[in-house]
Design a binder for this molecule. Structure first.
Ligand code: GLN
Length: 368
């Protein structure tokens, strides 16, 4: 399997660009006519090569997606989350893969229409919203950006440093981040969050009412975490409202194409490659990706990064998104989770696909 395919395109595209620039700068003197003709031929050849490589890449991506789909379709490992009663009822066989490039090409395999609740993947986008509104320091100072080494809903982790040294991708940090979104009423805050997510997905999203009600009726642990973050001064007021909005953001419904588009927006400097809308401030993208790399798969984040090198985020609804900066956003939905709360098939499929496509940003060619 060849690697560095996406960079091949970039190199060839850059070569064409240089030739074009040289051509434009050449004055149309008679003596240069022969040279000019030669250059034109060269340009045509370059463009043809570029198209060929693109087709080759497309085939390679399609092959990688269908191979991973076929390999893991029948894998029966893990179990649906059941601490939120409505999640236990979701069809465990849902399995869909989607990859979106910064150019807006869409690739998929399996189930692309079933929707699941976004759950913890939402934390990434609320984090981005708070950074856009208040700057990255607001997060690093009030929430922290370090891995906790504990489960996503750990109370021990909050107690250890009195709610500091957390990160916005575990529940304590995420509920605190939600409490930091601006708005003069619950309605205004909620609308801002939902619309912001929609800009990343490229369509209007909505809430799975059953999941929201089910979690709201059983989320006593998150309520306790929010009270603690309030007691330690990280949530400034109304921890109950912050928990309620956080619970609603986790219940937003998404299909695998939505998630891949959200990931691709992060891979593309915060600009949605399908709609062309700048969904978030480009300057905050590196920090968001850094937190994803540090804590996106909870206490298994190190193992994941070791395996793939990709910033990623999982949710107990069964989705995982991963970002290969400048190259692609990828998402998989499959509800059965492992002990850390990460989708079993999604981890395996994304790792295989990304490694096949040379998606690991730490893999570089040495200079000649
Ligand atoms: N809503 C879920 C919770 O707070 C999200 C957790 C997750 O996806 N890991 O427990």
């Amino acid at each position: 399997m060849r690697r560095f395919l996406f960079s091949d395109i970039a190199v060839i595209a850059a070569t064409s660009l240089i030739v074009t620039v040289v051509q434009a700068a050449t004055p149309p003197a008679k003596a240069d006519v022969a040279v000019a003709v030669e250059v034109e031929v060269e340009v045509e050849v370059e463009v043809e090569v570029e198209v060929e490589v693109e087709v080759e890449v497309e085939v390679e991506v399609e092959v990688a997606l269908s191979a991973a789909y076929a390999k893991y379709k029948d894998l029966q490992e893990g179990a649906n989350a059941d601490y939120i009663p409505a999640l236990a009822k979701v069809d465990s066989n849902i399995f869909g893969i989607a990859l979106v490039t910064p150019k807006g090409q869409i690739f998929s395999a399996g189930d692309i229409t079933s929707e699941v609740s976004i759950q913890s993947i939402s934390k990434v986008f609320t984090l981005a919203l708070v950074m856009d509104e208040r700057g990255p320091e607001a997060i690093s100072q009030n929430v922290g950006v370090d891995a906790t080494g504990q489960a996503f809903n750990s109370i021990v982790a909050v107690e250890q440093y009195k709610g500091a040294e957390m990160n916005p991708l575990v529940n304590a940090g995420a509920i605190t981040a939600t409490s930091m979104v601006s708005g003069s009423s619950r309605e205004e805050i909620w609308t801002r969050i939902l619309n912001y997510y929609g800009d990343f997905a490229g369509r209007e999203l909505s809430v799975n009412k059953e999941v929201f009600d089910s979690e709201a009726a059983t989320n006593r642990r998150n309520q306790a975490i929010a009270q603690l973050m309030y007691a330690y001064g990280h949530i400034k007021d109304n921890p109950a409202q912050a928990t309620d909005i956080y619970t609603e953001q986790c219940a937003v419904n998404v299909n695998v194409l939505d998630l891949a588009t959200m990931a691709a927006t992060l891979a593309n400097g915060g600009k949605n490659p399908l709609t062309g809308k700048q969904a978030m401030d480009i300057e905050n993208v590196p920090e968001v990706l850094a937190v994803m790399a540090t804590a996106g798969l909870y206490d298994d984040s190190g193992k994941w990064l070791y395996l793939t090198g990709l910033p990623a985020k999982s949710g107990v609804g069964g989705g995982i998104i991963a970002v290969s900066p400048g190259r692609f956003g990828i998402a998989v939905i499959s509800p059965p989770l492992d002990a850390a709360g990460n989708s079993v098939r999604a981890q395996k499929a994304i790792a295989d696909i990304s490694n096949a496509l040379g998606g690991n940003p730490y893999v570089v060619k040495p200079t000649e």
